[in-house]
Design a protein around this ligand. Structure first.
Ligand SMILES: Cc1ncc(COP(=O)(O)O)c(C=O)c1O
Ligand SMILES: N[C@@H](CCCC[NH3+])C(=O)O
Length: 401
């Protein structure tokens, strides 16, 4: 798509996030279509990009929501996702969160420990409810991704091992307040290899068969999210191969598939737009300093993540530099040791693949306002979140002065 960044920057003021809603539609549709041989629910992982308009857009397409806090559940509801398409995961749900989820009667609570299951049972009993339970299985499979975003090994805090899961399902079966409904497995994020997915789904499918043999019949298989995207030159998993692998593993089982993608849907739909403030040279080292910073997009600082960068000027005079922001940390960079053209103050810089875990991981560090978010759809742009003001930043403190 041809985007007039200059016009947008004049209209909305940098830095800002820009999301291409047509690309979001295309990604959602591709994945949904891949599963067309089965009943499926694409439960969008809200944590990737929780802007209400993004969730609403996906909900209008038929998506549900995978949430990891009651705040995300409330966002999903506010954006129009029906309760029967909402799932709640997380290793540390508080009593208040569990109670609210029970009262709202969402589709599934993904339980991640025996202790949590006991708590859900007590709370469901106190509310005279029956909780629909899905247990998150940790299959101990290496997803072959960045260690910070691996979730499927026993050394990771997520889910429970197979034997524990089995005991938990038996407890559900024997409880008046727990209904064993689904099973869940998510081994990590930015996955680019199919084999670990195949292995883990096979492990989980075998457990489903074992449970069936003891008369515990589940209705949903939640295969997690994690499909990777291209940041640089990654070879991706083909979505049809992905879906077929899952369908093959589930042969003979009558389960509705739930898939929880975040990054795949929104990652390459988003661009972070910032502008050059200054250039400088320290000794031999060139720095291009922009108005966006690590508080806006933390992935390079946190994971050493690569994001493609483009300078929107016609200068062909390239040289090595670090692209940095104004935050008071040496870790405040978008790219290190890259060749960029000479810049002038005011030149726009676009940072790609920023739609997932960009804005949602932003902070107010250095008392910097969170930036605006803009949607573009059918060539038309609109503001979907305004830039914070200083008053917004201090609103919760001012009454205690
Ligand atoms: C339980 C669960 N579901 C879904 C996701 C979404 O992951 P991704 O954005 O990689 O699709 C995550 C994040 O890793 C997760 O922990
Ligand atoms: N925040 C991570 C993804 C985490 C996935 C959630 N478990 C990233 O930016 O890549």
């Amino acid at each position: 798509m041809n985007i007039d960044f200059k016009k947008l920057a004049d209209k909305y003021q940098t830095p800002f996030y820009l999301y291409d809603f047509d690309h979001i539609t295309a990604q959602y549709t591709e994945l949904k279509e891949s599963f067309r041989a089965r009943k499926s629910l694409i439960a969008y992982a809200v944590k990737a990009n929780s802007n209400l308009s993004v969730i609403k857009h996906l909900s209008n397409l038929g998506a549900g929501a995978d949430c990891v806090s009651i705040g995300e559940v409330k966002r999903a509801l506010k954006a129009g996702v029906p309760t029967y398409k909402i799932i709640f995961s997380g290793v540390g749900k508080s009593d208040e969160e569990i109670k609210e989820a029970l009262i709202l009667d969402i589709l599934l609570i993904n339980v991640e420990s025996s202790a949590e299951l006991d708590r859900v049972e007590e709370l469901a009993k106190s509310l005279n409810k029956v909780a629909r339970i899905s247990i998150r299985v940790n299959p101990n499979i290496d997803p072959k991704t960045h260690p910070y975003i691996s979730t499927g090994l026993h050394e990771n805090k997520f889910g429970v091992d197979i034997d524990t899961a089995k005991r938990m399902y038996i407890k559900c079966k024997n409880s008046e307040h727990l209904e064993p409904t689904g099973i869940h497995c998510h081994i990590g994020s930015q996955l680019t290899q199919l084999e670990p997915i195949r292995e883990s789904i096979n492990i989980v499918a075998n457990l489903v068969r074992n449970l069936k043999a003891i008369k515990i019949e589940l209705s949903f298989m939640d295969v997690g999210g994690g499909l990777g995207i291209v940041y640089k030159d990654e070879t991706l998993i083909n979505t049809y191969d992905y879906a077929q692998t899952i369908l093959d593993s589930l042969f003979g089982l009558d389960l509705t598939i739930i898939c929880e993608p975040g990054r795949f849907i929104v990652g390459n739909s988003g661009i972070f737009v910032t502008k050059v403030l200054y250039e400088k040279i320290n000794g031999n080292k060139r720095f291009v300093i922009v108005d966006g910073a690590m508080n806006d997009l933390i992935r390079p600082a946190l994971y050493d993540a690569y994001h493609r960068v483009e300078v929107l000027n016609n200068n062909k005079n390239l040289s090595d530099c670090n692209l940095v922001g104004p935050v008071c940390e040496s870790g405040d960079f978008f790219a290190k040791n890259i060749d960029l053209p000479e810049t002038q103050s005011g030149d726009l810089i676009t940072i790609y693949s920023a739609g997932a875990y960009g804005f949602t991981m932003s902070s107010n560090y250095n008392t910097r306002a969170r930036v605006a978010e803009i949607a573009i759809e059918n060539g038309n742009d609109r503001l979907i979140r305004k830039r914070e003001s200083f008053e917004d930043l201090i609103a919760n403190e001012i009454e205690f002065l």
